[in-house]
Ligand binder design. Structure first.
Ligand SMILES: Nc1nc2c(c(=O)[nH]1)N(C=O)[C@@H](CNc1ccc(C(=O)N[C@@H](CCC(=O)O)C(=O)O)cc1)CN2
Ligand SMILES: Nc1ncnc2c1ncn2[C@@H]1O[C@H](COP(=O)(O)OP(=O)(O)OP(=O)(O)O)[C@@H](O)[C@H]1O
Length: 290
């Protein structure tokens, strides 16, 4: 009851009245954030957005969005801290089992996944990571291990890389107390950066504070994933690679009603969610592959 009450409060406080949100850096686009029952397209700008809304893109609107995001993070953080440990652990197991048993996971050859931080109450990924690092890929004939890339924060300016690891022993805690790989592998060789890889990533497993059924994702506020994914998607488009599947892992209480999560133009939508209740495919690529 108390948790439901808090969720309701968060929704009341945070549901945006204004339904147009200006873009960031270039400040030339506008995105609709109205609650929508359509599953995937609400983060796309309408075709005439550039001409109609260009004059409305103000720093004050971006500040308002940032402030709404901060409030939502604050509310969700409280809910996560209050989560019953047994319930949490049950959800951790359910989410990971759904992923491990799925065809889209089994068939992925290269993936980027986060190393969850228990203090931040992120959905556990340890079972998935161990499975990837122990088992060969199941692609029918050739027995090759999946290639795993994990985040490494390079600086405080939202710069993150995804580096290849082959063992959990490759990880050390960073200044945020999140495990990450050192830039070299201990014998002087640089780890492979996914941006230098010659093949595309099939699957990204993403963390976050809150998500919705239209693909919105609220991260921790650093912009690390949004910046990284923008660069990666740019590279993939240049090389004419198939689109990677962006899948966020979410406890039940992290799934918001549509319209609750504020979005700006830099926010990259996810293709699907995995919660303890199952997979929620959102984008056309998810509906096709999941
Ligand atoms: N496991 C994991 N690794 C990750 C991320 C992540 O979200 N999860 N990142 C994704 O970006 C990057 C690191 N970014 C981070 C940004 C903020 C905080 C953090 O501790 N935030 C506090 C609030 C700090 C504040 O408000 O000043 C918190 O969320 O409680 C951690 C990591 C790269 N690695
Ligand atoms: N592609 C980008 N280019 C420039 N700035 C960006 C980009 N993506 C995000 N930012 C900036 O990073 C800051 C944090 O963004 P935001 O609050 O959306 O992060 P987040 O989605 O919560 O975090 P993350 O992506 O790390 O999970 C904002 O000031 C935002 O404008």
């Amino acid at each position: 009851m108390r948790i439901n009450g808090l969720i309701q409060r968060a929704k009341v406080v945070l549901t945006t009245q204004s339904c147009t949100i200006a873009s960031s850096a270039a400040q030339t686009q506008i995105f609709s954030c109205s609650p929508s029952s359509s599953r995937s397209f609400i983060l796309r700008p309408p075709s005439d957005a550039r001409s109609i809304f260009v004059s409305m893109t103000k720093d004050s609107e971006l500040d308002a969005i940032s402030q709404q995001k901060r409030k939502l993070r604050f509310e969700i953080r409280k809910l996560l801290k209050g989560m019953n440990p047994a319930q949490r652990s049950q959800e951790d197991i359910a989410i990971q089992n759904i992923i491990l048993e799925s065809l889209w996971f089994k068939s992925s050859e290269r993936l980027c996944a986060y190393i969850n931080c228990d203090a931040l109450r992120e959905v556990d990924t340890s079972k998935i990571l161990s499975s990837v690092l122990c088992n060969p890929a199941e692609d029918g004939k050739v027995q090759t291990r999946k290639k795993l890339y994990v985040p490494r924060v390079e600086d405080r300016s939202s710069h993150m890389r995804m580096l290849n690891i082959s063992s959990l022993n490759d990880l050390i805690p960073n200044s945020m107390n999140i495990l990450e790989p050192a830039a070299d592998n201990g014998i002087g060789n640089q780890r492979e950066d996914v941006m230098q890889a010659s093949n595309p990533v099939d699957l990204f497993l993403l963390p976050g504070y809150a998500f919705d059924r239209s693909g919105r994702r609220l991260g921790r506020g650093g912009g690390y994933y949004d910046m990284f994914l923008k660069r990666y998607q740019g590279l993939a488009a240049e090389r004419k690679w198939k689109q990677s599947l962006l899948v966020a892992l979410s406890y039940s209480l992290q799934i918001m009603d549509e319209g609750v999560i504020p979005v700006a133009a830099n926010d990259i939508p996810v293709d699907a969610l995995v919660s303890p209740d199952g997979v929620i495919p959102i984008s056309p690529v998810a509906l096709e592959r999941m």
